[in-house]
Design a binder for this molecule. Structure first.
Ligand SMILES: Nc1ncnc2c1ncn2[C@@H]1O[C@H](COP(=O)(O)OP(=O)(O)O)[C@@H](O)[C@H]1O
Ligand SMILES: [Mg+2]
Length: 362
């Protein structure tokens, strides 16, 4: 699947924008503050129901209006739209029908984003790594959505017990399903992470060939990998009682990328970290593509930042092999050299003060 056209109104500094998208490669160039990131943000919003830049959805509404609308038409003729007003009301539409939730849109769109901030978030703590892996699982493992929803419910109940010191039988009751669901999720994740690792190697061999074969993925499932969760909970009952929340379980998983016994962020430059995250994002995109025939969308904001010409050249080779739709922003066309293909099989958009125009290839 790819986005054929995108329409936004009152989103950030765009009063109205309507573009026809290229099924593979879309470039968006413009000065600082012109609206490039905002355009990517509008696509991201459809896929996630939130922004990659702010937790406050209000900020996305054009300051002189009371609501925004984003809608896309995909290549299977689905019309997907979201309207959000400044009173927190959502309206989600799929083919004109408005009985939907944000999560229904997410089933149609697999949107991943890479920004100059991504590596800081990704290597800064487990939260972003968890979010990343679970986005892949959501699209690739069909039973993951249900498993995760059930787990979340039990986790909330169990946390409520621990917080309110309701121990004994009631806690034991939640422990049973908490352990069962955690073990099930851990198994699905382990399988997925192995697949991701295999796919990652292929893309690293293009983007970071020097280290491609030396990277190992270390998956920690959220409690000691060699123990039953029930045993871990028993051994830590007192600590959990003191802290008042679930310290072990499927919500505490992490994945680390190791190179010669070190976390890779300790040895890679920022430019290399960006290439690494590109390889990882593309690897996940490919798994998503294969499993569902939903073509994933990758948004790359400010691609020029931190990348030299050599890095941009290897990105060009990776892009040529990709099965997904890309939206790439840069300050100007020079910052995109040599990523813009010689053949005119792409679309180029220029943004100026919230007005977007397509530049026809010469
Ligand atoms: N809610 C809003 N209403 C109107 N303008 C906004 C809103 N939010 C941000 N802007 C403005 O939109 C412009 C575009 O920002 P951005 O998309 O980050 O630009 P770029 O990525 O091209 O540098 C900025 O000048 C910003 O001040
Ligand atoms: Mg920007």
């Amino acid at each position: 699947m790819s986005i054929q056209s995108l329409t936004t109104s009152n989103f950030r500094n765009f009063n109205y924008a309507n573009i026809k998208c290229h099924p593979q490669l879309n470039f968006i160039v413009g000065d600082n503050g012109s609206g490039k990131s905002s355009l990517l943000e509008s696509i991201f919003f459809l896929g996630h129901g939130k922004s990659f830049r702010t937790a406050k959805i209000e900020n996305l509404i054009n300051s002189s209006n009371d609501h925004f609308v984003v809608s896309v038409k995909d290549d299977q003729n689905f019309q997907l739209g979201v309207k959000r007003d400044n009173k927190s009301n959502f309206e989600i539409k799929i083919n004109g029908d408005s009985k939907y939730r944000l999560s229904d849109l997410a089933k149609h769109l697999a949107v991943q984003v890479i920004t100059p901030e991504t590596f800081r978030l990704f290597f800064g703590g487990p939260k972003e790594r968890r979010r990343f892996v679970d986005l892949g699982l959501f699209h690739v493992e069909h039973n993951f959505v249900d498993l995760w929803r059930d787990f979340r419910k039990v986790l909330l109940q169990r946390n409520a017990c621990l917080k309110n010191k309701i121990l004994g039988q009631q806690l034991d009751y939640w422990n049973t399903s908490f352990c069962q669901l955690s073990e099930q999720i851990a198994e699905v994740r382990a399988k997925y992470i192995t697949e991701l690792g295999t796919e990652l190697k292929q893309w690293l061999s293009i983007l970071l060939p020097d280290i491609a074969n030396k990277i190992e993925l270390h998956y920690s499932q959220g409690w000691n990998n060699n123990k039953q969760l029930a045993t871990v909970l028993k051994d830590n009952a007192e600590r959990e009682r003191i802290y008042g929340h679930s310290m072990f379980g499927a919500h505490k998983f992490d994945v680390k990328f190791i190179h010669q016994k070190l976390n890779i962020e300790q040895i890679l430059s920022r430019g290399q970290q960006k290439l690494f995250l590109m390889a990882l994002t593309i690897a996940q995109a490919n798994l998503i593509f294969r499993s569902q025939q939903i073509a994933p969308i990758i948004l790359i904001d400010d691609i020029g930042a931190e990348l030299d010409t050599n890095s941009r050249t290897v990105i060009t080779s990776a892009i040529a092999k990709l099965n997904c739709q890309l939206f790439i922003t840069a300050i100007d066309e020079t910052a995109l050299e040599p990523i813009i293909p010689k053949q005119k099989n792409y679309s180029m958009f220029h943004v100026k003060h919230g007005v977007i125009t397509e530049k026809q290839p010469i």
